[in-house]
Design a protein. Structure first.
Length: 67
């Protein structure tokens, strides 16, 4: 394998990792948003259940308020 092929492979792997991270963040966002809309849990409880930060939940809560 040449240098160019190795760089292409590394770039592709990095792209896949970024895609996975975006997908995970999107799913976490969806879960937290659904809990905010359909439960009486506070932000800290939702953060624990959705495995994210409380500030992430607060950002989603703010987005909900704006819409």
């Amino acid at each position: 394998m040449g240098i160019i092929e190795a760089i292409k492979m590394i770039t592709m792997e990095e792209g896949i990792e970024k895609g996975i991270e975006r997908g995970e963040r999107s799913k976490t966002h969806e879960i937290a948003r659904n809990m905010l809309l359909n439960t009486n849990f506070d932000s800290s409880k939702i953060a624990v259940l959705a495995n994210c930060s409380e500030s992430f939940v607060e950002e989603i809560k703010e987005d909900i308020r704006k819409n």
